[in-house]
Design a protein around this ligand. Structure first.
Ligand code: 13P
Ligand code: SF4
Length: 304
């Protein structure tokens, strides 16, 4: 089957089986084209909360599928490729956060949504990269522990100097692999381009950018800007998608290290096979985990 034929079959099957397909912006173009909702992790959380179909297939990574299940426990939620994890999400566990809570009872614990469902059960509020600054500003407490990404945490802290942030060592190994040397090389190659980076990059890299912000922030900045050339410092797929969206502009990748193997794990064939019931994994979470993790996701949507 060609890609177009596969897409036709997927569109037919999702209607027949009453399935809603959600796809994160880092997914391949052919997957985004058959999805009902696309966007960054915050937008997908809000979209997932309003889905009316009986089943959801999340094309992204495991924590995103878990978030869908937590928000819609009565629905069946699937991920087409169970191997699509997130190298950051498993860095801290529930026990570690419970110890933090005991050691620092006066702090509000803010967890990046890129964490496991189990960890979310013991945090106060979740954030995504596009909502982190706004939510941390709105939290009543001036003392915040931000986990697990110390780079995003440092970025948020720099925007809210009046609050005290405690950061721990964790983060996205893909974004954190970008160096100052990579930025200098890209600037030399494309001296007229604006540099847009995700704040999961090291603080010294974000500091060199013309704009630092979430996936959706980078995309809307590039679309609205009068500039014609951009260096994109986030997962490589975003430069490709922007090039399709804005054919009159040029998008360069900051470095080819910015490839997330987990986000690339799901293919159109996986999605097709998942719809046919021949591949993928159904997300199963126990009722206590769903109830407790939901509090901090609901709080994210309320404050975001
Ligand atoms: P967003 O929160 O910008 O969607 O990013 C998710 C992610 O995994 C970034 O690496
Ligand atoms: Fe996780 Fe990083 Fe991949 Fe995003 S890019 S899914 S944070 S490993």
């Amino acid at each position: 089957m060609t890609i177009a034929q596969l897409q036709q079959e997927i569109i037919k099957l999702k209607k027949e089986k009453d399935v809603c397909i959600l796809a994160h912006s880092y997914q391949a173009r052919e997957i985004l084209e058959v999805a009902d909702f696309t966007g960054d992790s915050y937008k997908l959380s809000v979209d997932a909360a309003g889905v009316e179909n009986s089943s959801i297939i999340m094309c992204g990574v495991r924590f995103m599928a878990e978030t869908c299940k937590i928000l819609s426990p009565e629905k069946r939620v699937f991920m087409p490729n169970p191997l699509a994890g997130c190298a950051m999400a498993d860095q801290m566990d529930k026990k570690f956060v419970e110890e933090l809570r005991n050691n620092y009872p006066e702090y509000t614990i803010v967890a990046y949504v890129n964490t496991t469902a189990a960890l979310k059960t013991v945090c106060d509020v979740c954030v995504t990269s596009s909502s982190a600054v706004e939510i941390c500003k709105k939290i009543k407490n001036d003392k915040i522990i931000f986990i697990p990404d110390c780079n995003l945490g440092a970025f948020v802290a720099s925007q809210i100097p009046e609050k005290e942030f405690k950061l721990l060592s964790g983060g996205c190994p893909i974004h954190a692999s970008v160096t100052v040397e990579d930025v200098k090389r890209a600037r030399e190659l494309y001296p007229n381009a604006e540099l847009l980076v995700h704040p999961e990059c090291l603080p010294e890299v974000s500091a060199m950018a013309d704009y630092a912000g979430s996936t959706s922030g980078i995309m809307s900045y590039a679309q609205k800007s009068d500039k014609k050339e951009f260096i994109i410092g986030t997962e490589i797929s975003i430069a490709e998608h922007l090039q399709y969206m804005c054919p009159d502009k040029s998008f360069r990748t900051l470095t080819t290290k910015l490839i997330c193997p987990d986000m690339k794990a799901t293919t159109l064939v996986d999605l097709y096979n998942c719809l046919k019931g021949e591949a993928g994994e159904e997300i199963e979470l126990d009722a206590d985990t769903i109830r407790d993790a939901r509090k901090c996701i609901d709080e994210m949507i309320r404050l975001g």
